[in-house]
Design a protein around this ligand. Structure first.
Ligand code: ADP
Ligand code: MG
Length: 694
């Protein structure tokens, strides 16, 4: 593998190297060799203009130039030509470097053109086509298409420019290729050797070799990703000690036998057991509990926290919003009211004096369970003996915030993070590869599936009538408006208009309406929220502040306005606010009439399934993994060759191989693993917090 800087490749030089590094994030020859085509075009095929089915794809046509002329755009001049292949005509345009074209393209010249079609001002055109004059040869094989940028294009590095550059590297005899995967693995999975794989991914000999090359490079990439994650986990296990919990009190048993409001689901029981096991190993627990909305994560948190209290430790639960923290607090207080446990709520909006007193009691150790928001990680909240921390809806917090708890005791406390963002298993394996994952894959019994329907704005009266009938039955309803930034004034006025409209349709005193949004003072917000929780209001008009965690079992209808503006996981979270009681619940998605393909897909997905994991997979497909909530910071999603959507099978195989390897040789001492060791050390060299394996 060549770690040589690309500026030393013939024809590159420092300026271009800088540009390539900026635009493609490629610094070394090897980086560039791993900049692979995103698509291949079979150049042995000549298309017909009359048969074009889709723009934005690459096509190759054979025909003649009909006319050539200049045009002006801004202050610059471009060149355009009309082309015909006998079945139709097409405009070709060039925005720069037009001299050679003027010289070579003459009316009537027979040419083969290749490029991407697009629509400009309702007219089909091809910008900067590759032009092959009949004297030259049309390639007869699969040709890679590379994504390029405007700036690169200006520097001559459009797709075919990049292809030429890569070809010149491949033809350079001084570039070295060394294997990165052990021979045994390559043979077992019939992978190509590195050089062959690289060559064929750029210039495939045929379809079969291309597939082999892709499989090889994907395997390699996923193998090292998994090795990195599993090594991190292994090192964490070795280095990070935490408290061994020893039972001194019997609160958990007491609670379990006398006050548990319902039988735990089997999934809840299993997860509590997994957590309990972690707390006795002497190593720090780093466990993620994943469970769809409504699967009962709060109770799992409570039981785990009682384990901490039973062992004489303090424990904290951090939630992303005050409303949620408060709700957890009220639930905990109620459930634990007969037990000798002190539960307190620490949030930013407490009065200063109250807050200081509370922090004092937390620091002196008399408070057993503290529930709160970010206020918990403030420097002055020191605790006396913090043994376990639970972080609810963890995707709302960054890793940095999580780690602030580590310093609050002599050993870092055990960490349990809970999330309802249903991450597909593949993604969980990569994103949370360094956490242990428990899944609550079962909903409490007796839940009726939520009926989800898609409506258009013109159906509003029908919807209002339906809401009225539900309210008559004693139910409550949520009506949610998008408010992406709480300051967006158009959104805000929509919310206010909606509120007024509803007040009109549902007049006092028969109906009471709460409204919650981010611009309200926290006291007002809490007051409104609590009125709804207590059933004093029937309608809750809100922005997505109610998205996470809120639990009002009597609410049976969730209306989502401008639903097309929400992402799938958000829609699913919102829908999860209903269906928490025994009644049939409904989710009504209201959108404008004309929807994009993608919005349509989101609506049909919501209507057709309630399974959070399925929804997450569609979400991943629509948005790509880099966009999934909470994964942006991880930096793990920047794959070069692999694709998490389609390469699940390879990922699993690679992960198993890594596991086997580390079981046999955890420190990579065996001579046959030196290759792997060198390679992982090279990859990790630039990452912070990494001690090399030696
Ligand atoms: P989430 O996993 O979304 O945080 P919650 O913990 O808020 O879900 O639980 C949702 C609802 O289900 C709550 O009303 C809770 O009391 C109830 N619940 C939790 N566990 C059970 C169970 N084992 N049986 C019946 N209801 C349960
Ligand atoms: Mg919850």
């Amino acid at each position: 593998m060549s770690q040589r800087n690309i500026q030393f490749i013939r024809g590159v030089g420092p300026t271009k190297a800088l540009l390539i590094n900026e635009q493609l994030n490629c610094l070394t020859v090897n980086d560039l060799l791993l900049y692979v085509p995103f698509r291949y075009v079979d150049r042995s095929v000549i298309n017909k203009l009359s048969e074009v089915s889709d723009v934005n794809l690459y096509y190759q046509f054979s025909g003649k130039i009909l006319s050539v002329s200049e045009f002006v755009f801004g202050r610059k001049k471009g060149l355009q030509a009309m082309f015909s292949d006998g079945t139709g005509t097409l405009k070709l345009v060039w925005y720069q470097k037009t001299d050679w074209i003027v010289q070579k393209i003459k009316i009537g010249t027979p040419v083969v053109i290749f490029g991407k079609l697009s629509f400009q001002k309702k007219e089909m055109q091809m910008a900067h086509p590759e032009v092959i004059f009949s004297a030259e040869k049309v390639p007869d094989s699969l040709v890679g298409v590379y994504s390029s940028t405007e700036q690169l294009g200006k520097a001559g590095l459009n797709s075919s420019g990049i292809s030429k550059l890569i070809k010149s590297i491949l033809e350079d005899p001084s570039v070295q290729y060394s294997e990165t995967l052990p021979r045994s693995i390559r043979e077992k999975y019939r992978l190509l050797n590195y050089r062959e794989a690289i060559y064929n991914i750029h210039f495939p000999e045929n379809e079969k070799m291309l597939a082999q090359a892709q499989r090889t490079l994907k395997f390699e990439e996923l193998f090292y990703l998994q090795l990195e994650l599993l090594l991190t986990k292994q090192i964490n296990l070795q280095k990070i000690k935490s408290f061994v919990f020893e039972k001194k009190k019997d609160l958990l048993t007491d609670f379990y036998t006398n006050y548990l409001p319902f039988e735990l689901t089997n999934a809840q029981k299993r997860v509590v057991k997994e957590i309990n096991r972690d707390l006795h190993t002497g190593n720090q627990m780093n466990r993620l509990v994943q469970g769809d909305v409504g699967s009962g994560k709060t109770l799992v948190a409570l039981l785990s926290m009682l384990l901490a209290v039973d062992s004489g430790f303090q424990t904290a639960l951090m939630a992303p919003t005050e409303i949620l923290a408060q709700q957890h607090f009220l639930a905990f207080r109620e459930l634990l009211k007969e037990l000798p446990v002190r539960v307190e709520l620490l949030i930013g909006s407490l009065k200063n004096k109250e807050k200081l007193e509370l922090i004092e009691s937390v620091n002196s150790g008399v408070v057993d369970i503290v529930i709160g928001t970010h206020a918990l990680i403030e420097e002055r909240v020191k605790f006396d003996n913090l043994g376990m921390v639970v972080i609810d809806e963890q995707h709302r917090f960054g890793v940095a915030q999580r780690s602030r708890f580590w310093k609050k005791n002599i050993l870092p406390p055990h960490i349990l993070v809970m999330t309802a963002t249903p991450i597909p298993r593949t993604l969980a394996m990569t994103v949370y590869g360094d956490l242990d994952v428990s899944v609550i894959d079962e909903l409490p019994p007796g839940r009726k599936p939520i009926t989800t329907k898609h409506f258009f704005e013109k159906d509003r009266l029908k919807i209002l009538g339906f809401l009225k009938s539900e309210i008559m039955k004693g139910r409550q309803v949520y009506i949610v408006y998008p408010l992406i930034e709480e300051s967006e004034s158009l959104d805000f006025s929509n919310l206010m208009e909606g509120f007024e409209y509803l007040c009109h349709y549902f007049p006092k005193p028969d109906y009471q309406i709460s409204m919650v949004h981010g611009k309200l003072k926290p006291e007002v917000k809490d007051f409104e929220m609590n009125r709804f929780i207590k059933g004093e209001t029937q309608i809750m008009v809100a922005t997505t502040v109610i998205e996470v965690g809120v639990n009002v079992p009597n609410a049976s209808v969730m209306v989502i306005e401008s639903a097309e503006r929400f992402g799938l996981s958000q829609l699913h979270q919102l829908r999860g606010r209903v269906g928490r009681g025994a009644e049939q619940s409904y989710c009504l998605l209201v959108t404008k009439d004309r929807l994009s393909q993608e919005s349509k897909k989101r609506m049909t997905t919501m209507v057709s399934t309630g399974d959070g994991f399925k929804i997450a997979e569609v979400d991943l497909e629509l948005r790509g993994p880099g966009d999934l909530m909470g994964t942006q910071q991880s930096g793990l999603m920047n794959f070069k060759v692999a694709n998490l959507m389609t390469d699940i099978a390879i990922l699993e195989v690679a992960r198993n191989e890594v596991k086997l390897l580390l079981e046999e040789d955890p420190m990579l001492h065996n001579p046959e693993n030196q290759l792997v060791k060198q390679e992982i050390n090279r990859r990790l060299k630039n990452k912070p917090n990494w001690s090399q394996i030696s």
